[in-house]
Design a protein around this ligand. Sequence first.
Ligand code: X5A
Ligand code: ZN
Length: 546
Amino acid sequence: MASGTALIYDEEMTTHKLLWSDPICDIEVPERLSSSYEQLKCYHLVERCVQVPAREGSEEEILLVHSSEHLEVAKSTQTMNEEELKRVSGNYDAFFFHPNTYCCARLAVGATLQLVDAVMLGKVCNGMALVRPPGHHSQKNAANGFCLFNNVAIAAEYAKRKYSLQRILIVDWDVHHGQGTQYIFEEDPSVLYFSWHRYEHQEFWPSLKESDYDAVGLGRGKGFNVNLPWNKVGMENSDYLAAFFHVLLPMAFEFDPELVIVSSGYDSGIGDPEGQMNATPEVFAHLTHFLMQLANGRLCVILEGGYHLKSLSESVCMTVKTLLGDPVPQITGEMAPCLSAVESIQNVRAAHKPYWKWLMYEGNYYSISSSKCNWQMDSCRHSKLLRLIPCFVLYLGIWSFTFVLNSFSLLKDAEGNDFFAAVLGFILPIAYSYQPDLTVIAVGPNRSLGISGISLLFALLQGLAESRIFAVIEVRSGAKPWYFKVPRTELTSSSSSMLGMNCSKLPSRKYWLYLYCLWYPAPPCPTFVKQIAQASFCPEQDTDAY
Ligand code: X5A
Ligand code: ZN
């Protein structure tokens, strides 16, 4: 598999700027790009990335998504004076032209395509492009919301054609609805578009009916457009994580994309004047980490919005650091999503129920007043229960796994494939609300999960406990030893973390293979670990269950 992270940045894209006064557009400043890049340098992240040059996107590439009329208008602004630029800009909702805007927008398209090529050709595993102007509001025939050409939409169309891709996932975590991207792909089942956005029951810009959860796509594209409207400001880390656990990730794993592109706006982060949300930069590390588990890691992150320079640049750094494979920082704070978020999540799930297998057993539309019990309360209750033990312990023996599933009434889909439902809808929310200092995973020999399932579970849990995961994998004596991929961390890159030990002293005739033991930054004392292993995973009374 490819390795390395591409970073694409070209100072030229800082020349696009507002030449007159306009209180709506004056937040989209060149410093958004330069300060993000400076911060990346400051954290020594630039030197760890593969520098890929930007290029100008060709007219042909722009026409993959836009009309020739739109292209010609944009082109014609290169030679205009300020008065003419102001007049043309006035034809659009929230856009400004500068004589170099056309050039910058072509570079933004080209930079995005360079990243797609680098990832698709296996030159790197993933990467980020810092571009201006942004793209996701831009439509076939119109500039809109600071966007001239739809960089991400062009990239998806380009990747579909050039690499014959059949499934591309676009994750739009910008705080605005990328209505441009929605319009471009709403009839296209090969592009799954997910967007969360500040909506406030249609009060917030762009105030469209079609930004609501019931816009699920059209014709053959039904089920492939996913809108999660935030009807309140002040959404936090827990709300974003809940959206990933209960909407985006299960859908994304079922969709099984060949490439993931992020419309990466950081105006959904804390301090942003547009979003008014409260998610901290660390949450973007987690979101990035989750998306890295899809499409064999082929992940292209393209900058969209983000107007609080400090919040923006810290969040960009969190994203790039995670793409590079660094351990994900711990998330602190209350982990239960707010009721308004729960309502939006339930509504989008209900709207998508006809199109997705994992939602087959979903109930009806949700209203807070009529709910007796929901998983939010469940997770609070169980997290208190779990605090009785000092770390988050997960046992994957066939019996107890089934017991856990049954006891919380999680249903299997038609193929009995309850893995994603269990991990995403249950294990991860509980684990995140518990905020462990250590994760212990025990895997029994009769497990129904394959090695890839276990690897994925490991990877998904790596955002917890600063990546301290301890796994005890039981194998029958005489069984062939087996291995699975260890996700890279700072520790694995500097020293070995694979321990193969035959622990015949443990109270079982079968032996335990301590296959995987990863401590970061420092291991707890070995007796403690042994006690956990013995207390939690060797219940003598039901050894037959293994
Ligand atoms: C890319 C982006 C926001 C436009 C807001 C207009 N655009 N009020 O974040
Ligand atoms: Zn935005």
